[in-house]
Design a protein. Structure first.
Length: 102
């Protein structure tokens, strides 16, 4: 069985300070994907963040080129928000969801 052709789309903004380093949550819809697809997207995003030491946009969009379905990967806290001390560690998370679940 073939894994979907997930591709990260270009960021809309290059000014983000997000690192997607907190806990990762997935929605019920995303949970229906094959684990290999979810891991591919996660590791692709982690590599992208590593290439951008100043951070990335809070919203990263992936598209399956075969079906045109979109996934949103959304980070909850920026570096400045984390550094402020105003948030609890459990507030640092990111969520992977289908666009229609947003």
């Amino acid at each position: 069985m073939k894994i979907a052709n997930w591709e990260r789309l270009p960021q809309e903004s290059n000014t983000g300070q997000f690192f997607f380093a907190g806990a990762m949550y997935i929605t019920q819809g995303v949970n229906a994907l094959r684990p290999a697809e979810i891991l591919f997207i996660y590791w692709d995003l982690r590599a992208f963040v590593k290439e951008n030491p100043n951070g990335v946009d809070y919203l990263q969009v992936y598209i399956d080129r075969e079906t045109n379905r979109r996934l949103y990967f959304i980070d909850n806290l920026s570096k400045s928000m984390i550094d402020s001390g105003d948030y609890k560690p459990e507030d640092n998370y990111c969520t992977l969801l289908f666009s229609e679940e947003y």
